[in-house]
Design a protein around this ligand. Structure first.
Ligand code: FE2
Length: 256
């Protein structure tokens, strides 16, 4: 068995229009810069984890643009929704031969479970009973596979008061499930537009920068950071070890 290399590209906030911006930043251009960066640095990608807020205004064209933008990485794309995504079209557009929304992935020796924490009309996250049951069933089905849980909303505070008001509101129910399944190695989310690397009960907890604008860590109120767009790479090893790191696009590589 060999190690698996996944790349997380999150919070792309694409618009229906190619010229769409978020906080003055053209999100299509910054995503293109992140893709170029990953293409140059990653010799092989086993899958792209697109962990929510993939569209900013939730239209079908924005999701089609996402698929096209990620195509140069030549890897399957696994998507889950965030608070900005349009749940009515998300799963319909983001599916195909190499595009999957929700569900789980079973690469050699591992299981990756994609959770839906989006609440229609709200910014915070919630795991519905059906989703918790699906998680429990997936973990029971494969106790022998090392497991990575992917979701949009942070299940633990990351240290900024304003964004931690918008976290997963029933994280205790999630941890109650995970605590009975020692094969879980990590949890990975978006939403917070910044790096986070923690540990809880033997499970690595990871958040990642957005492919567009970043939020400044440790702030009481909403504050933008001046860090560039970025992505996270993850190496999932056959023995359950998880190596990971964040790459930021360098100034010469992006349009900001
Ligand atoms: Fe979000």
């Amino acid at each position: 068995m060999t190690s698996l290399r996944f790349v997380q590209i999150t919070d792309t906030h694409l618009s229906d229009r190619a010229e769409g911006t978020l906080r003055g930043v053209n999100t299509a251009q910054t995503l293109a810069a992140v893709v170029d960066c990953a293409r140059a640095r990653e010799p092989r990608i086993d899958g792209i984890l697109a962990t929510g807020d993939l569209s900013h205004d939730g239209g079908t064209p924005s999701y089609r643009r996402l698929i096209r933008a990620l195509a140069p990485l030549d890897a399957p794309v696994y998507c889950l929704p965030g608070n900005h995504d349009a749940l009515s079209v998300f799963g319909c557009v983001l599916k195909g031969a190499r595009v999957q929304s929700g569900g789980r992935i079973l690469p050699e020796g591992w299981q990756l479970i994609l959770l839906d924490t989006a609440v229609p009309g709200a910014v915070h996250g919630h795991l519905r009973p059906r989703e918790l049951e699906r998680l429990e069933a997936a973990l029971q089905a494969h106790p022998d596979r090392h497991t990575l849980i992917c979701l949009h909303h942070q299940p633990v505070p990351v240290g900024s008061v304003w964004v931690d008001r918008l976290m997963l509101d029933n994280a205790a129910a999630l941890f109650a499930v995970l605590d009975h399944h020692p094969q879980v190695r990590g949890m990975l989310w978006g939403h917070v537009h910044q790096e986070f690397d923690g540990m809880r009960n033997g499970v690595r907890l990871l958040a990642s920068p957005s492919s567009c604008v970043q939020f400044k860590p440790g702030c009481a109120d909403f504050t933008l950071d001046d860090r560039p767009p970025g992505y996270r790479w993850l190496d999932l090893h056959p023995d359950g070890r998880l190596d990971t790191g964040v790459v930021y696009v360098t100034r010469g590589e992006h349009p900001l």
